[in-house]
Design a protein around this ligand. Structure first.
Ligand code: NAP
Length: 327
């Protein structure tokens, strides 16, 4: 079928394109052309989602039957997609757990019981909730919104897991959050999510799905141990108590990626994914995700960046030195 990927040249979207091509679809991507080309085999259409005329101009006579939308970041982008793509047979939209008014800190129960942000609210989560409503109203029953949790894997330029891999690979004494090590966490491999999104669009599946790994699939410490094993590092963990991290100015999630203070972490990682599991969202072994991400990082030396104005993840060297010097 003719499958349009809105996005498709960076991370999750790139994997969506590869999955759709592997399943024999005629795939087109729609991007500004700033982030480079899509994987070979897809036709690259260009335009800005914020321009109301750009998508119909780029599509011309090529009428998509299926859509996977990884790139909606503004309300205008959502309205313009809704105006043009309402008649497709399946539309899988990539939203975020941030669409929920109560997350973080959560916890997040079954999709139907949770409230998303209202139209009057402002920011990343409210914009995702707005896009879900606007595109959902246009597409109807074949609109599926995947409220993604933490997405990791090869081509992840957001560089959260990537930062840990690089830091741990350098070895030596590595600051880790003392109480955070035992914290259960969950994440989803971009390739698992991508293939599943294509399948959901093909099936014309609808509704909201909390799209992340099973709650408690690992712990933060378990993930860091895997990073050490896979990078062949001699890194020694230096557990720093939460109170000391916060007093030193260490920012949760940003300076130590994936670390949240206990009061938030306990519930933020507690997400009900029963619907995702029932709909077949896979969760490959974490060791495969970490190994493949590390292999990609060693091949691809282009600069990492943080999309959408997010701060760059990682512990600033002076902060790390100060924390280590007293221990
Ligand atoms: N990473 C996470 O942990 C996480 C968690 C929850 C949800 N999400 C969501 O998952 C999605 C993942 O994004 P991704 O970066 O992996 O997807 P992607 O499709 O691989 O990359 C984003 C695409 O958007 C295009 N784009 C950006 N601005 C555009 C515009 N104004 N008009 C047209 N195209 C535009 C970019 O190409 P050009 O730059 O060339 O235009 C690029 O192809 C996002 O929607 C994000 O909100 C991510």
């Amino acid at each position: 079928m003719r499958l349009l990927v809105l996005g498709g040249t960076q991370f999750l979207g790139r994997h969506v394109v590869s999955a759709a091509l592997a399943r024999g679809h005629d795939v087109a991507t729609f991007t500004r052309g700033v982030s480079g080309p899509p994987p070979e085999g897809a036709r690259a259409l260009h335009g800005d989602r914020d321009d109301p005329g750009a998508l119909p101009r780029a599509l011309g006579e090529w009428a998509p039957e299926l859509v996977v939308d990884t790139s909606a970041q503004s309300r205008a982008a959502a309205r313009h997609a809704a105006a043009v793509l309402g008649g497709v047979r399946g539309y899988a939209f990539v939203s975020s757990l941030n669409a929920y008014r109560g997350w973080p800190p959560g916890p997040v129960g079954p999709e139907d019981g949770e409230h998303t942000w209202g139209t009057a609210d402002d920011g990343y989560g409210p914009d995702k909730a707005y896009a879900e409503r606007v595109i959902g109203a246009s597409v109807g029953r074949a609109f599926l919104t995947a409220r993604a949790g933490l997405v990791v894997g090869p081509y992840d330029y957001v560089h959260r897991l990537g930062w840990w891999l690089e830091r741990i690979h350098r070895g030596g004494r590595v600051v880790v959050p003392a109480e955070g090590l035992a914290q259960p966490i969950a994440l989803v491999d971009a390739r698992d999510l991508a293939g599943w999104l294509v399948g959901m669009a093909e099936a014309g599946a609808g509704g909201a799905v909390n799209a992340t790994g099973p709650a408690g699939m690992t712990t933060l410490g378990g993930l860091l141990d895997l990073c050490r094993e896979i990078t062949g590092s001699d890194a020694e963990w230096v557990p720093v108590p939460e109170a000391d991290l916060l007093a030193a100015g260490v920012e949760e999630w940003v300076h130590l990626p994936l670390w949240l203070r206990q009061g938030v972490a306990r519930t933020a990682w507690d997400v009900d994914t029963a619907r995702a599991r029932a709909l077949g969202l896979p969760s490959r072994p974490l060791a495969a995700t970490v190994a493949d991400t590390w292999a990609w990082q060693q091949e691809d030396h282009r600069p990492r960046y943080s999309p959408n104005g997010l701060p760059r993840p990682g512990l600033p060297p002076d902060l790390e030195a100060a924390l280590l010097s007293s221990r």
